[in-house]
Design a protein around this ligand. Structure first.
Ligand SMILES: O=P(O)(O)OC[C@H]1O[C@H](O[C@H]2O[C@H](CO)[C@@H](O)[C@H](O)[C@H]2O)[C@H](O)[C@@H](O)[C@@H]1O
Length: 273
């Protein structure tokens, strides 16, 4: 896989898109404890030195920033509905990037309301955790007894019946509630490529690494564009639109390190030539 990606990048700018949970940080029981290992942070910092890099996540943007803590990156939170450019000087950044795009601002009051309703409705089911991700809400059932999963899903659906403008999708032991707008991680990827000046460019090679169903929207965009590569992080074989796979975050780190080493070496070689 590494060799193919490097070969395909000849004469092109690699742009890196990285999902957070299950990709940069191992899955843990408590979503508030999903810290990014130090070595991964250092690796992502190096990646961003050589390639425009974006974190694309279902999390609230501020929350994921509190885990990643790197200023030179793009952050697309709430499944890409909340996009911000690098906060420190960056060679790819055009002017003061600030908030670049918020796809669902009018949904904020509704999301706050549904969050409160879900907390109230699910509090009787032990282990449930409801997370407010600003433009979407996650209802976690990783710590819920399997016997109660159906009851929990039923409670969530009963709340959502009052919100026809919100929809339900499922991730890794999590029910995700989001606005029914035509926006997802795939659209966010396209938006970011455009913001970086690569809208219809053939001189770009986007690489998207992710582990969950919502990442499939981005893999699909890459496949349809016939451009770049999706890399699925999974221990098990799965139906996917990704081109390649890695088993776990530690393999993601090794792949990213290799990419940085290769870039450093080729820049050194170019200087000596
Ligand atoms: O797009 P992502 O960055 O992958 O976000 C998807 C969900 O990730 C988080 O939940 C997942 O990771 C948790 C921590 O390891 C784990 O406890 C949970 O079971 C996983 O589903 C995040 O907390 C959710 O809000 C995101 O929707």
């Amino acid at each position: 896989m590494f060799e193919q990606i490097v070969a395909a990048s000849k004469g092109k700018q690699i742009v890196m898109f990285l999902d957070y949970d299950g990709t940069l940080s191992p899955i843990v029981e408590d979503p508030d404890q999903a810290f990014m290992p130090k070595e991964m942070r250092a690796t992502v910092r190096d990646v961003a030195r050589y390639f425009p890099t974006a974190i694309v996540t279902g999390r609230c943007r501020d929350k994921v920033y509190s885990f990643v803590k790197l200023a030179g990156l793009y952050y697309a939170g709430s499944h890409g509905m909340d996009i911000k450019g690098p906060s420190k000087s960056c060679k790819y950044k055009k002017g003061n990037q600030g908030v670049l795009f918020q796809a669902a601002s009018e949904f904020l009051p509704m999301i706050d309301e549904v969050y409160k309703d879900l907390v109230e409705k699910t509090k009787s089911i032990p282990g449930t955790k409801v997370e407010n991700n600003k433009f979407c809400v996650s209802v976690h059932f990783r710590c819920v007894d399997e016997k109660s999963w159906a009851a929990l899903a039923e409670q969530v659906r009963s709340v959502l019946n009052h919100y026809p403008k919100l929809e339900l999708t499922q991730g890794r032991k999590v029910l995700e509630i989001r606005p029914t707008i035509k926006w997802d991680k795939g659209r966010a990827l396209e938006f970011l490529l455009e913001s970086l000046g690569y809208a219809n460019s053939t001189n770009v090679l986007p690489v998207y690494i992710g582990d969950d169903r919502s990442d499939e929207d981005a893999f699909k965009v890459l496949r349809e564009r016939g451009q770049g590569f999706g890399i699925l992080v999974s221990k098990l074989p799965k139906e996917t639109n990704a081109s390649y796979s890695l088993q776990e975050p530690s393999e993601v780190k090794e792949f990213l390190k290799r990419l940085v080493d290769w870039k450093e070496m080729s820049q050194r070689a170019a200087k000596c030539a």
